[in-house]
Design a protein around this ligand. Structure first.
Ligand code: ATP
Ligand code: MN
Ligand code: MN
Length: 298
């Protein structure tokens, strides 16, 4: 249940309006991060994470007892969900069950209350379901791939996106790899965006078959990097910038400046614990993300 309270504290502004049950439940037991700790993290990063999760269909990785217990991906609204979580209807699936969105920090804390440890948005908004406003190229290193090679792959994706007139931004996945993300003015449809992302991946695999693959089926991943373009189809998701990961270490997917890529910052370097310090100490490397959007050229 959700209760309204008046807020006086300025450090944790609106988040106190949503009551958390079991605030001391350990979501990341090794790291000592509780449900309340996750809510505090989200309140701290709210201005940064909001553009990537507000007003978009979301898939949630829910872990009711934390990362050591059962986990499930949830795409649809459910009975009894917080009233701060907004059901949204896919205009192409009018008969289907509503999907999940949030509009504000209360909604995000509602997700925490629902044990959503990871947040995975669509690459389009619920204002314009059929025109993606970003491309996500997901770099998945196979076994035995050096971090330096993953960085090179990201730089090559960047080059190819920029050659196509797009701006490219990089973030850690919080898992094993990097994500290169290009903001789009939402003009092209999913088919064109998918085709483009696929062409980038296939181009890299064709030019450097010893380094890159573009299909999971090609199962020759050992020593190679999968340029996973499949995040770029209607209904697909990728983990949000700033979302934590439900894995040991409580890493988050952290936006980086291109110059920061190097041996010191691995894919799980930034965490729920150290992210707020980074955000306070460093400017926003993705500050220009939205203003850099351009339409995908045919
Ligand atoms: P890593 O660096 O470990 O690869 P990742 O977030 O990129 O981290 P992937 O396995 O490459 O993980 O998956 C990419 C994205 O695909 C995920 O972020 C998620 O949005 C989506 N995804 C993966 N598994 C599922 C699933 N079971 N159900 C729905 N979406 C999924
Ligand atoms: Mn990945
Ligand atoms: Mn992947």
């Amino acid at each position: 249940m959700v209760a309204r309270e008046t807020t006086t504290a300025t450090s944790r502004p609106q988040r106190r309006r949503v009551t958390l049950t079991h605030p001391d439940r350990l979501y990341w037991p090794e790291e000592g991060i509780t449900k309340e700790g996750l809510a505090d993290y989200h309140a701290a990063v709210w201005p940064r994470i909001a553009p990537f999760i507000v007003g978009r269909p979301l898939a949630l990785l829910r872990c009711p007892t934390g990362i050591t217990g059962p986990a499930f991906f949830q795409k649809h609204a459910w009975k009894g969900m917080s009233r701060h979580i907004v059901p949204v209807h896919d205009p192409r699936d009018k008969q289907g069950a509503p999907l999940i969105a949030i509009e504000d920090l209360d909604g995000l804390i509602g997700l925490v209350q629902s044990a959503a440890l990871e947040i995975h948005p669509w690459g389009a908004t619920a204002a314009d379901w059929d025109h993606p406003d970003m491309i996500t190229m997901d770099l998945d290193p196979g076994e035995g791939v050096d971090w330096a090679a993953v960085i090179e792959a990201a730089q090559e994706v960047r080059r190819r996106l920029e050659d196509a007139g797009l701006a490219a931004f990089v973030k850690t996945s919080g898992g094993k790899g990097l994500h290169v993300v290009a903001p789009l003015k939402p003009r092209a449809g999913w088919a064109a965006v998918r085709r483009f992302a696929r062409a980038v991946a296939e181009g890299m695999a064709a030019d450097s078959p010893d380094r890159y693959v573009s299909t999971i089926a090609k199962a020759k991943r050992r020593g190679r990097i999968l340029i996973d373009w499949l995040r770029n189809q209607r209904g697909a998701t990728a983990v949000a910038a700033y979302s934590p990961r439900a894995r040991p270490g409580a890493a988050v997917s952290m936006p980086l400046a291109w110059e920061e890529l190097g041996p010191e910052i691995g894919p799980a370097h930034f965490t729920v614990a150290n992210a707020p310090t980074r955000l306070a100490a460093t400017g926003d490397p993705w500050q220009d993300f939205r203003s850099a959007e351009v339409p995908l050229r045919a």
